[in-house]
Design a protein around this ligand. Structure first.
Ligand code: PLP
Length: 369
């Protein structure tokens, strides 16, 4: 079986992990945590990095830090991971969905302005799969209407938008270090901001809102979202190799595209947009309408051929849990609905070999013949 993702540890991972064990620094108090925060913030051009236990809670802390209030509306894509909607709903905010752009699969920026109301307080931007969101129109709307921007850059570490790093946009950005991300710590995440006050709030929220001086007296309910020194040690080693990882991802994307360009029945991601080259965090495919089966069946058949796959995101407005809570009744976002049913991604991890990619591409071709 060719797994859909296998991470790569060919740098200083073991050395730094041994340092943790040898020195006894394994908790969040250890020195790698601050080193990882500093180096990651520098890598994306932010003043502050706050390491947390995963990308989902990074979003929760970001929403909490911005002091969005119950009833505040936040614009976000329908086509994304549940973490985005969950972070908003847990704070009582109302997610307002926007359909995907059919070419880039990211939020369709032309559809945002018509959904802005007096209650709109923020836009949650999510870069999906390979291309960054077209940020300029969103930055302009945010300035015009006084909206905050949260940028979920989990899939886009190492990517740029018009030469500016993803993770550096808006008021606050988040990253994930799950094993399929460009830098992994097993589980892990980070909040990034240039704002001293927001950074301080995130540090406090991450650490149960313990107070200086009166440690066990609390003015606000916080969380334990701390990252351990063990995780950060892995992260420091992984970050040293980020540029190599990004180069490899782009090579893999180009190779797959060479194999699959012109194969009838497939829509591929564009290799570039005017504002960015595709980084191919994962290699996604969408079956054209003339293909007589859906992604689920394609993935089943590829599985029989020993190829691991993953479905695309399922749209937020079609999530049973959110519908049961009364969200998105009678709403439809046809592009994201189609992506969910016709799209899936193929093995894209950093440990994937060129040989394995050839096998994957041949299996996909045989499926469509
Ligand atoms: C991976 C991911 C997350 C969640 O990160 P976890 O570390 O798995 O909690 C959030 N947003 C996006 C866009 C992601 O790809």
């Amino acid at each position: 079986m060719i797994p859909v993702n296998e991470p790569l540890f060919t740098g200083n991972e073991k050395k730094y992990l041994n340092e943790c064990v040898d020195t006894g620094w394994i908790s969040s108090e250890g020195p790698f945590v601050q080193q990882f925060e500093k180096q990651m913030a520098a890598a994306v051009g932010r003043r502050h990095g706050i390491a947390v236990s995963n990308g989902t809670v990074a979003l929760e802390a970001a929403v909490a830090a911005l002091e969005l209030m119950p009833g505040d509306e936040v614009i976000m894509p329908s086509f994304t991971i549940i973490s985005c909607a969950a972070a908003l709903i847990r704070r009582g905010c109302v997610p307002v969905l926007i359909d995907s752009d059919p070419v880039t699969w990211n939020i369709d920026v032309t559809k945002i302005e018509s959904r802005i109301t007096v209650k709109t307080k923020a836009v949650l931007v999510v870069h999906i799969y390979g291309l960054p969101v077209d940020m300029d129109p969103i930055l302009a709307l945010a300035a015009q209407y006084g909206l905050k921007i949260i940028e979920d850059a989990a899939e886009m570490l190492g990517q740029t938008y018009r030469d500016r790093p993803c993770g550096s946009f808006g008021d606050i950005s988040t990253l994930s270090f799950y094993p399929n991300k460009h830098v992994t710590t097993g589980e892990g995440g980070m909040i990034l901001t240039d704002d001293d006050h927001l950074a301080e709030r995130c540090r406090s929220l991450r650490n149960l809102c313990f107070q200086q001086g009166k440690r066990f007296v609390h003015e606000e309910l916080g969380y334990n979202f701390r990252m351990t020194n063990l995780q950060a040690a892995l992260g420091v080693a992984q970050l040293e190799r980020l540029q190599e990882s990004v180069t490899r991802k782009r090579h893999m994307g180009q190779k797959y595209s060479e194999f699959l360009n012109g194969v009838e029945g497939l829509a591929l991601m564009p290799p570039k947009m005017p504002y960015a080259d595709n980084i191919y965090w994962v290699y996604g495919l969408v079956l054209n309408d003339e293909v007589p089966f859906e992604a689920e069946e394609a993935m089943r058949r590829l599985g029989l051929l020993g190829i691991g796959t993953r479905p695309f995101f399922w749209p937020m407005h079609e999530q049973p849990v959110l519908q049961k809570m009364g969200f998105f009744t009678h709403e439809h976002y046809p592009v994201s609905e189609r992506l969910a049913r016709r799209g899936f991604y193929v093995p894209s991890g950093l440990a994937l070999t060129d040989d394995q990619m050839t096998k994957v591409a041949e299996a996909i071709k045989s499926l469509l013949e």
